[in-house]
Design a protein around this ligand. Structure first.
Ligand code: BTN
Length: 264
């Protein structure tokens, strides 16, 4: 079995949760899968694994994430969540907040970035980033592999046909950034968020998520027991599930699955 230890380099030595060290690879099948099957990576707290290309990148709900090999950021953070995060999906939302703040820190106006619950990052209504968090147990502790893909540049033909018109890149919105720089800013933002979660818990961060995601009042559609229901987003509950007021005035709590909404 390949040993990666000698390829792991320090990144931000003062970080505790995200980006203490970096494993950079030219190619792997999927940075998430690589971490999950490699105990020496899972036992390296604060590690981030970045690949220039993925040959079998995976997305949420069994989808592929294969667009734009070489042009984008493909990375997985190996996270040991602070003890204040008892419900792993909360961490997924916090990573989405980290991505959104990263794009803002690089210069994009706040009103252009929206987080579609749970964690698709959209610019101008089109997806620029997706996050897939997967958990495992190592030495009796939960470890979360937070895989993040951010589209940086390139033409539409790099994306699968079914995504045409649904995806965008940072370059299209005037941001010129290398995958390396993007990863560094991302590690800084996620570290700040997890430091805050560790000290103060997650309730303020989840309130911030609601504000920064720009989702309040959005009309959405979701599946409940095979039925399409529509309603209006009223916020998140204490662990980050989406709270929606249905057209029948009932409150629905959504904890998984896919939502659709109009971007206006
Ligand atoms: C989504 O479906 O929106 C989630 C996409 C997550 C893609 C990233 S790219 C880096 C990491 N490795 C993977 O195989 N997937 C995630």
């Amino acid at each position: 079995m390949t040993s990666f230890k000698r390829l792991i380099k320090p990144l931000f030595r003062d970080h505790v949760f995200a980006g203490r060290s970096l494993l950079f690879l030219e190619e792997t099948d999927s940075t998430n899968m690589l971490c999950l099957r490699t105990p020496e990576l899972l036992t390296c707290p604060g590690l981030v694994v970045q690949a220039q290309r993925q040959t079998k990148g995976i997305g949420r709900m069994g989808r592929k994430w294969e667009q734009g090999q070489g042009n984008h950021l493909f990375c997985s953070f190996v996270l040991t969540p602070p003890s204040t995060i008892r419900y792993p999906p909360t961490l997924t939302l916090l990573c989405g907040l980290g991505v959104s703040r990263t794009i803002k820190a690089l210069g994009l106006a706040e009103h252009e970035i929206l987080i579609k619950w749970p964690n698709d990052i959209l610019i101008g209504g089109k997806k620029v980033s997706g996050i897939l968090c997967q958990s495992t147990i190592v030495n009796n502790k939960t470890v979360i592999v937070a895989g993040i893909g951010i589209n940086i540049k390139g033409n539409a033909d790099q994306f699968p046909k079914e995504l045409l018109g649904k995806v965008t890149t940072l370059e299209k919105h005037g941001l010129d950034v290398t995958p390396q720089r993007l990863l560094e800013v991302l590690a800084i933002e996620i570290e700040k968020i997890l430091q805050e979660a560790n000290k103060l818990g997650t309730s303020r961060l989840l309130q911030k998520w609601v504000q920064e995601a720009l989702c309040l009042g959005k009309r959405i559609w979701f599946d409940k027991y095979g039925r399409k229901i529509s309603g209006t987003v009223t916020g998140l509950d204490h662990i980050g599930r989406l709270v929606v007021r249905g057209e029948d005035n009932k409150i629905h709590i959504i904890d998984s699955g896919q939502i659709d909404f109009t971007y206006s």
